[in-house]
Design a protein around this ligand. Sequence first.
Ligand SMILES: Cc1cc2nc3c(=O)[nH]c(=O)nc-3n(C[C@H](O)[C@H](O)[C@H](O)COP(=O)(O)O)c2cc1C
Length: 179
Amino acid sequence: MKIAGFVGSLRKAAYSGVVMDMLIELAPEGMEIERLTIGDLPLYNEDLKEDGSPAKVLALAEAVRQADGVLIVTPEYNRSFSGVLKNALDWISTEPGMPFSGKPTAIVSQSPGMRGGALANYHLRQTLSVIGAAILTGPEAAVANSGDLVVDGRIDDARTRKRLSKELDALAEAIHRAA
Ligand SMILES: Cc1cc2nc3c(=O)[nH]c(=O)nc-3n(C[C@H](O)[C@H](O)[C@H](O)COP(=O)(O)O)c2cc1C
């Protein structure tokens, strides 16, 4: 079961990256999560598609097409998800065959604040629904107080790990149902 992983923050010590590392560690038997690189994409510009899309965009779109599911970790910026993530989703959405179409997709937001980026989580659902992703329903996975939970670049908090393990199980179940 191959999962295309997106992290919506570029900073080296990003809490979003730490959350993704934890998810990779918690992946159930048979699930492989690959973190894709989105930080080196140009800003979306249709002119850049004139002679064919940039190679990095083609590779990303293909990685999504080939994946059985998608996992996205996003921070919250001004009550939405990050621009770097939106840019990647916009690029991929313009590639043939609607790469996200029907892909079981799990969203995890995180924030050092007490709502865990819940508004970014819902804003991301809006965009993903337009590009055809099969978004996991149910209570949102939102990691609150991430700045306190991250110690030495990892999260060992048992409650958070249990909650996110459940999210991965739900993603695996959705993939089985879709197969
Ligand atoms: C431009 C900007 C806007 C932000 N807006 C919000 C916000 O609306 N809600 C929130 O909880 N945190 C907000 N934050 C704080 C981020 O949640 C915090 O910087 C977080 O650590 C970013 O995620 P990262 O660690 O993965 O980079 C904002 C930060 C920036 C830089």
